[in-house]
Design a protein around this ligand. Structure first.
Ligand SMILES: C[C@@]1(CC(=O)O)c2cc3[nH]c(cc4nc(cc5[nH]c(cc(n2)[C@H]1CCC(=O)O)[C@@](C)(CC(=O)O)[C@@H]5CCC(=O)O)C(CC(=O)O)=C4CCC(=O)O)c(CCC(=O)O)c3CC(=O)O
Ligand SMILES: NC(=O)C1=CN([C@@H]2O[C@H](COP(=O)(O)OP(=O)(O)OC[C@H]3O[C@@H](n4cnc5c(N)ncnc54)[C@H](O)[C@@H]3O)[C@@H](O)[C@H]2O)C=CC1
Length: 220
């Protein structure tokens, strides 16, 4: 499986099943998308999240069976369906309905043997705009979670580094610096211990360190 980052803003995600797993998926996707959860009962924390002002999460109390779940796909018109009930027959029907309608499907109750269009949700950790996603190919979700916790410490400050170097590459481009020299300068900045340390002290410290690194390659 090849990891891809998918922009779900302006899209709707349909979560079938509102238990602990449905709640985790709903909260995750609600960071970006509208989320509709269809279930006969809901996890308490999901109810709280849906009750917040301007919550992107909508709860619909219903218990579709294997025959009627496709009607919810038609009605909600989601980009992605998450099958998160504790009934494998309903989850399988949700999968079939999503694939029939040409939508993505996340089966939460199976690990291997996926059809095209079937996606897994990785463990993710972010220092925005930097995001790292971990999957074990469905083999060990608990390991994905444990690795995610370790990687969190590793990427501290990466968001600020992304912002700084994003700005520098724009400035160097605008100044007409030869592209190969610009790339070398940026590659050195992201590997510079001095710049990483500078970021801990603040943006302007980091900027001074970065300018020193850039001076080594760019004639300005
Ligand atoms: C295939 C996949 C499909 C999908 O959901 O996309 C899937 C499937 C299954 N998970 C199961 C169990 C657990 N899942 C977790 C946790 C997470 N599971 C997530 C993803 C995935 N889970 C996809 C593969 C990811 C990969 O490739 O590694 C994470 C990463 C992302 C998320 O869901 O948000 C999230 C961590 C979030 C975080 O970062 O915190 C824990 C740990 C815990 O709860 O503490 C346990 C218990 C311990 C264990 O079993 O490992 C079971 C067995 C159910 C049963 O026993 O009946 C199945 C079904 C099966 O394996 O058949
Ligand atoms: N992907 C993952 O990370 C994990 C997946 N699982 C799998 O996910 C499934 C769900 O796990 P939990 O959320 O812990 O179970 P749960 O029992 O807490 O939640 C199941 C939810 O589905 C709802 N439901 C039942 N029939 C329904 C129907 N016909 N239509 C809509 N909703 C219906 C129930 O009301 C309940 O809210 C498990 O069966 C397991 O196979 C379990 C743990 C982790």
């Amino acid at each position: 499986m090849i990891p891809l980052y998918h922009d779900l803003s302006e899209e709707t995600v349909l979560v079938v099943g509102g238990g602990a797993v449905g709640r985790r998926k709903a909260l995750n996707f609600a960071e970006e998308a509208r989320v509709v959860v269809v279930s006969p009962a809901f996890d308490d924390r999901l109810v709280e999240a849906a009750a917040e002002d301007d919550s992107p999460i909508g709860l619909v109390r219903a218990a579709p069976n294997a025959d009627s779940v496709s009607a919810w796909v038609d009605r909600v018109d989601p980009a992605l369906v998450v099958a998160a009930t504790d009934d494998p027959a309903v989850n399988a029907a949700a999968e079939a309905a999503a694939l029939d309608a040409g939508r993505l499907i996340n089966r939460t109750d199976v690990s291997g043997g996926r059809d095209p269009g079937s996606v897994v949700v990785p463990a993710t950790v972010a220092d925005d705009p930097v995001r790292v996603a971990v999957s074990t190919g469905g083999r060990s979700p608990a390991l994905s979670k444990a690795l995610r916790e370790r990687i969190g410490a590793e990427i501290e400050g990466a968001g600020a580094m992304a912002e700084l170097t994003g700005e520098l590459r724009e400035e160097l481009s605008a100044a007409g610096v030869d592209p190969e020299i610009r790339r070398e300068a940026i590659r050195r900045v992201v590997r510079s211990e001095g710049v990483w340390k500078g970021l801990q002290k603040g943006r302007s410290k980091a900027r001074i360190e970065a300018d020193n690194v850039i001076e080594e390659v760019v004639d300005r």
